[in-house]
Design a protein around this ligand. Structure first.
Ligand code: GN1
Ligand code: MG
Length: 369
């Protein structure tokens, strides 16, 4: 047994999992948490798999509050799906309690761990392969928002303040530029100019919120394509995952983040930015899928701002990657030098591509709404 597998087996011990541990591996996806897949065999010889995940306490300073949010939301959805005895197009994860009955446990080596069922027969994609996947993913995130739309917003807590507050992200970048703690500012003037020349767009959504024209809902806040489990055989979305950032937020940031993640043909850290483009066919598929499940609760202003939200959150994410680059790569996990800068550059290239096609995106919204 390798150290990794032994470690996984020891973490599994904390949870009320049936059977004998027969194997474990690390799942290397996501920039924040540490995730393991563990297999257990029961007396009948059947093998079941579980996700064991350590919550990144640097990012989530109150892991227990994160767990409470997840418990509220998953229980709410599961109850609804069960009561109606049908699938609303949005299943959810199940938390497996620790041996003490709690929804998470403190590991021996520190850290807070939780356990989910592993959803078999599904996979996730980093890059959308076809419009059907885009449509399905958007439908699933719309269904998620819809399923929690009758849960009062106060029932979930803010776990990362100002998470999608673009002006606050902008201010933080300006501070990182001023401090220049790692001497990297001189090499990123082009990126800085791109962002500062667009400062005026950063506050559009929060200004609408302050003025009461937009309302906060319970939102997912991390609607990347690889946070949707897609059935390997049918290409249908089965369930949205990564519920750590479920908080009160604007529905528009969720839709915008889908466009950010699912319309480019290359990965977020592609080094050749000439390959980055907002593919209109994918945008249309996302729009169709999202409106199918979310149209009932969205306001006319939310619908009108759908294309804008894509541009805004893509810029916000570019701002976040650049800030982390300047601060010495302390937030997002990185695998190479300049990784966050590469990620920033793809985001800014995508903003440019969205800007060039915004009129057509607006026309498509009119067509589908
Ligand atoms: C992080 O954990 P992951 O990779 O799903 C980040 C998101 C970013 C995303 C960019 C808690 O998500 O906000 O959009 O990276 N999550 C957190 O890829 O900061
Ligand atoms: Mg995440």
């Amino acid at each position: 047994m390798t150290d990794l597998v032994r470690n996984i087996s020891q973490i599994g011990e904390y949870f009320a999992i049936d059977g004998t541990f027969v194997g474990g591996e690390e799942i290397e996806s996501g920039h924040i948490n540490t995730t393991y897949l563990a297999s257990y065999q029961n007396a009948d010889g059947e093998v079941s798999r579980y996700i064991l995940q350590r919550i990144n306490e640097h990012v989530f300073s109150e892991p227990l509050v994160v767990m409470k949010n997840i418990e509220r939301v998953t229980r709410h959805i599961n109850r609804k799906v069960f009561r109606a005895k049908r699938d609303f197009g949005g299943q959810t994860l199940n938390l497996y309690p620790g041996r003490d009955g709690k929804n998470c446990v403190a590991g021996a080596a520190g850290g807070i761990w939780r356990c989910y069922n592993y959803i078999e027969g599904c996979c996730t994609y980093d890059v959308v392969e076809n419009t059907r996947q885009a449509y399905q993913a958007a439908k699933a995130f719309g269904a998620f928002q819809d399923l929690v739309s009758d849960l009062p917003v106060e029932k979930v807590s803010v776990t990362i303040p100002d998470f999608h507050n673009t002006p606050a992200r902008y201010v933080r970048l300006m501070e990182a530029i001023k401090n220049d703690s790692h001497g990297r500012v001189a090499d990123v003037q082009e990126e800085i100019n791109f962002i500062t020349s667009r400062e005026s767009i950063t506050s559009v959504l929060v200004d609408h919120l302050k003025a009461g024209r937009l309302i906060e809902r319970i939102t997912h806040n991390d609607t990347k394509l690889n946070n949707v489990m897609i059935d390997e055989q049918t290409d249908e979305a089965v369930c949205v995952i990564d519920l750590d950032t479920v908080m009160p937020g604007l529905a528009l940031y969720d839709f915008g983040d889908l466009v950010r993640g699912a319309t480019s043909p290359v990965e977020e850290d592609e080094e050749d930015v000439s390959k980055v483009v907002m593919r209109m066919s994918m945008f249309e598929a996302l729009l169709e899928g999202y409106l199918e499940t979310a149209k009932n609760f969205l306001t006319p202003l939310e619908i009108e701002l759908l294309p804008f939200s894509a541009k805004l959150i893509t810029m916000e994410t570019g701002i976040r990657f650049l800030t982390d680059h300047l601060e010495g790569d302390v937030y997002f996990k990185t695998q190479r030098e300049g990784h966050n800068l590469d990620r920033c550059r793809t985001q800014l290239a995508l903003v440019k591509s969205i800007e060039a096609q915004e009129d057509q995106m607006v026309s498509l919204v009119k067509k589908w709404s």
